[in-house]
Design a protein around this ligand. Sequence first.
Ligand code: CA
Length: 696
Amino acid sequence: MRRRAGRAAIALALALVLALSAPACSRPPVAPDASAADVGWTAHGRTPDEQRYSPLARIDETNVASLGLAWSFDLETRHGVEATPLVIDGVMFVSAPWSVVHALDAKTGRPLWQFDPAVPRATARKACCGIVNRGVAADAGRLFVGTLDGRLVALDAKSGAKRWETQTVDPSQPYTITGAPRVVAGLVVIGNGGAELGVRGYVSAYHVETGELAWRTYTVPGDPAKGFESPALERAAATWSGEWWMMGGGGTAWDAFAWDPELDLLYVGTGNGGPFPIWTRSPGAGGDNLYLSSILALRPKTGELVWHFQTTPGDSWDYTATQHMILADLEIGGRLRKVLMQAPKNGYFWVIDRETGEFISAAPYTTVTWSKGVDAKGRPIVDPALDYREQPKLVHPGPAGGHNWQPMSFHPGTGLVYIPAFDVPMVFTAKPDFRFRPGFENTGLDFRNFIAFDEGQKIEIDAFLLAWDPIAQREVWRVPHVTTNNGGVLSTGGNLVFQGTADGRLVAYRASDGEKLWEAPAGTGVIAAPITYQIDGVQYVSVAAGWGGSFALSGGPAALLAGVWGGGRVLTYALGAHAEPPPKAMPPPPTGHAPKPPASPPSADLLARGSFLYHDHCMACHGPKAISGGTVVDLRDASAETLDRLEAIVLGGEREPLGMPRFDDRLKADEVEAIRVYLLSRNRRTDLRSATTPAN
Ligand code: CA
């Protein structure tokens, strides 16, 4: 940075000499250096089209090798960091786990204020995929954050003081908010999640100034006996059967929005069905189950549905269409088309006419086996051979998709979309005798064997950064990764693409050919997307790093391939900077005493019961076979003290303040005892595994 400042000083001196020596009459008009202007990152996807491309080009392919750490800020969390920071007037706003918002000086990282919405720790139980938050929205001096427990809070951007707050969900239902709000036409728009537990999805819009509800649009029909909220929902109800509303139905809009102010359309991506298998929620006839796994175009002022495009009719695989949507104008077949692009979980890259919802093209961007292709209207052709109703079936993609919430980026210069993609199949196993239980995990799947591996076993996971030509619908280049759950993507006018990796690096590639030009250690896995901004003529690249999210929670040994641990921090880079990097995040060392082996080996029946209960109630956060994926404590290291207190912890809520919710409404004492015996069998401080090897 010093060297760069020196050059700038020389250039300025030279300009002064030239200006002073030139005759006044012929002095050229002094054009302000437009490239030196301050440029922020003022909305989640930078612009309403959510391209996540910045024209800033002071950092480019020729000098990116000299990028160094300018500053870092400790987010003081071990949980997943998924936020895209905003930078407005030199201030960075970044959200952390538990929906905490930090305001930092974007030049130095100096903390300005912090807002903690005090989310009750018991809310963790409702969050399928971690206590994460993907960012804030801003409008005219206000900030908006959705909290994990379903509130929408407006803050004063200068002071962090609360302006208003409203509850957007029924707190008795298992709704959560992890997504970033968007400000659209004077309204702040927010969705929610919870399809896995059994809720009905919807989007709400509130007046930015007052927090008053402007409209609410449900994504799936409710109980027909109560009447439909709109003709669109009445039409949707004809595509369902049975009593789906008793189970919520799903279709939650938990992440992606995009906005075209000219067409006056707000685009909403909707989630999977709840429960997953269609025969459990819409028995008999099945049907498309509108508007699950769909892209909805709504009128921003009213929430009225203008058109819909369903990417996975009658979804049975958790194939959400909540993934990032990008709006761009592309010349296709000799015509300039206003398109919407999405790579949802189902493995197809879609190009849709965003004015009409008309299908333009689709092609698989990863391995796809659930479908044999799409028909002329863009409807996927489901392969009946992979129906898992009668017996388990290996299906590509698995429920994590071929691409998840990690944002893509579109570079108008290269014309490419950069997709943080992967190829991770799953054996889908229908839960025998599935029965919906309110408030429980209600996927309808049996996860005990979903990852058929144990410690030391080779794991077949493919993950890559994919450069995709959306017009030709083909891959242009790819960069393979160590494991899945890598970061979102940024592209810039410097012919660069930035992406963080699961194994703890931030990397810059040449946008046109994928050649790696620079990397820096992040000291933790990077899953969020980087941003770039410019202040006082200096361009910065910044990322909110922090391993976590669903893969780190339930991925166990596969997640540990990344070799990182959760440890949230904001890392900000500039040319020639050389700040000291923060220490690498490390797993907490085991505490307390090693548990003692039982007097006599437990019965195989008790162990099997403990394993079943563990995987039904605990695995989603503590990992398969009690193997932590790098975010929560590894239960294989549980101390004698912890195992002795297991009933008080699980049923009594003894560690609720630490984020371990109570389960007294789900589990009984004898069930906790079976889980305790199972955990003892998995303990690696007291090596009992050879003596007591459970079947699962
Ligand atoms: Ca889901």
